[in-house]
Design a protein around this ligand. Structure first.
Ligand code: PBG
Length: 329
């Protein structure tokens, strides 16, 4: 008697394992988040994100060139807005000469073929750290969507290829799509953060941009009235299908690792490209464990990235992008 199938034959050595491997990671999988600050000569390490930096525009140029050389061809821009420019309605977000608009031009200038995506949300511009305009104890939905549409047009004017609304207001994809079409930006795409959960994993990102919600008497300090309840699954499908109907070219699940069940389910449901955002807290967790010598950084990083792709991600937004590409090249 012998086992009818000996599955271990296909695991005998690395040659056969690589021959039958189902998920291969390449530089084409990645979208690289970049944090931009005002000033000159600044490459500032984010304390809760070891080896990840905020760049002033002059040093952003070098970083973008390096990414391109590594085969990383898409970036997602975020800006840290000075406190004195923050208010309740995102006024600075619409400044044609604002930091985001200059950052887009800087990237396009040094690397015209780099795909530039921009974060579209009010929180970095909000004096209250929220993704919407606040009035009478409410986050205003439709008024916020209108500002996001203006913001998107402004980013398109500066040269962005894709806008990436990360706010979770209802109906904003349609509002943005209409505004872009009206202004003639028919080729500017929308990557919607369609299933974005109210997650505690965004902490280090909010440190990086100084964008955490502040204490207010009549508004909760969390984002649970607009970001999704992490207990929910069907809601993610609903949100995603609606965004596609409204005109999203790419949809997203965020965060990554804790939500791979949602990733697979959405991948099976929809036929547009699916992005997954492995967020700042996921990055911080591995860096911290590796620093203590408790986890093998590179091995765990590859396992996590491969798991995200295996679950169904067509695009992975990750702070590990450079580390991974250096490791596999
Ligand atoms: C802002 C935004 C957040 C992230 C991306 N865009 C933070 C938030 O919603 O509070 C988080 C990214 C990360 O943690 O890496 N709308």
């Amino acid at each position: 008697m012998y086992p009818l199938r000996r599955n271990r034959r296909l695991r005998t050595n690395e040659a056969i394992r690589s021959l039958v491997r189902e998920t291969i990671i390449s530089p084409n999988d990645f979208l690289v988040p970049l944090f931009v600050v005002e000033g000159k000569g600044i490459k500032d390490e984010i304390p809760s994100m070891p080896n990840y930096f905020r760049y002033s525009l002059d040093l952003l140029e070098n970083e973008v060139k390096e990414l391109w050389k590594l085969g990383l061809k898409s970036v997602l821009l975020f800006v840290k807005v000075p406190d004195n420019l923050k208010d309740n309605k995102g006024t600075e977000a619409l400044n044609p000469n604002g930091l985001m608009q200059r950052a887009i031009k800087t990237v396009k200038n040094v690397c015209p073929d780099m795909l530039v995506m921009t974060d579209v949300a009010l929180d970095p511009y909000s004096a209250y750290g929220h993704d919407g305009i606040i009035e009478d104890g409410q986050i205003l939905n439709d008024q916020t969507a209108d500002v996001l549409a203006e913001m998107s047009v402004s980013h398109a004017q500066a040269g962005a290829n894709f806008v990436a609304p990360s706010d979770m207001m209802d109906g904003r994809i349609l509002t943005i799509r209409e505004a872009l079409e009206e202004e003639g930006f028919i080729n500017t795409g929308i990557m919607s953060y369609s299933a974005k959960y109210a997650s505690a994993f965004y902490g280090p990102f909010r440190d990086a941009l100084d964008s955490a919600p502040v204490d207010l008497i009549d508004i909760p300090k969390d984002k649970k009235t607009y970001q999704m309840d992490y207990a929910n699954r069907l809601e993610a499908i609903r949100e995603t299908e609606m965004d596609i109907d409204e005109g999203a070219d790419i949809v997203m699940v965020k965060p990554g690792l804790c939500y791979l069940d949602i990733v697979r389910e959405i991948k099976n449901e929809v036929d547009v490209p699916l992005a997954v955002y492995q967020v700042s807290g996921e990055y911080a967790m591995l860096k911290a464990a590796a620093e203590k010598g408790w986890l093998d950084h590179d091995a765990v990083m590859m396992e996590q990235i491969t798991a995200i792709k295996r679950a169904g991600a067509d695009i992975i937004a990750s702070y590990f992008a450079k580390d991974v590409v250096k490791l596999i090249s």
